[in-house]
Design a protein around this ligand. Sequence first.
Ligand SMILES: *Cc1c(COP(=O)(O)O)cnc(C)c1O
Length: 250
Amino acid sequence: MTANTQNDSSVASRYQHLLQQLRDEALKVGRDPASILLLAVSKTHGVDRIREAWHAGARDFGENYVQEALEKITALTPKSVSSTATAGPQTDSLAINWHFIGPVQSNKTRDIAGAFDWVHSVDRVKIARRLDEQRPANKAALNVCVQVNLSDEDTKSGVSLAETAALCQEISQMDRLVLRGLMAIPAVSSDYEQQRQTFRPLKELFDELRTRYATMDTLSIGMSGDFPAAIAEGATIIRIGTALFGQRGS
Ligand SMILES: *Cc1c(COP(=O)(O)O)cnc(C)c1O
């Protein structure tokens, strides 16, 4: 991509630039830009970068690794429920919607259910059941997307297109989960038309499932390298890491 030309820019200016691109791409295909959320993918980046993006206007952040995420969430969350006697200044507390977007291991579901507002990467019923059981009673139901594998590579996470409807049906019965939509991470291609073609079957399935489930309103597709094509194919959340925060260290 063209990220190299922006290496010297601040997170704030990159955020504004990305919002402008989001608007331009939406208007180009006749969509309302307000119907698309820019999710700031902050994995591997520290809380200082998250603060920068927050002050630029970002309120939704995506993380892939549970332990790393929990540390950041703890550092950035209001501490009103814990000891108040020595509570320092609250200036570090940021209101953030946290999205888990990485592969979900079953021994991590309790941490995820306790700390996140969204999980984009549910790809089997066992994981959904655990999140449903472990979602704390004092929190709103957990927003979930079903991750679909569009590339049919054995190594990638995600349920096949053919099995997606059945998993959605199971999740729709779970009290502590809200079925919000579908997510995908397709194989990398630099060709815009190719990217659109890859997203298209997912968009078609999404439109069909929406007629069944009233809570379904989210198509989480598009990353730094393919978000214009994703917007053209109906993305409602684009997940942007590199183009916002720069290259990740190894
Ligand atoms: C890392 C990651 C992103 C962000 O990718 P970029 O190419 O850096 O924008 C988006 N979605 C998922 C699931 C990721 O793991």
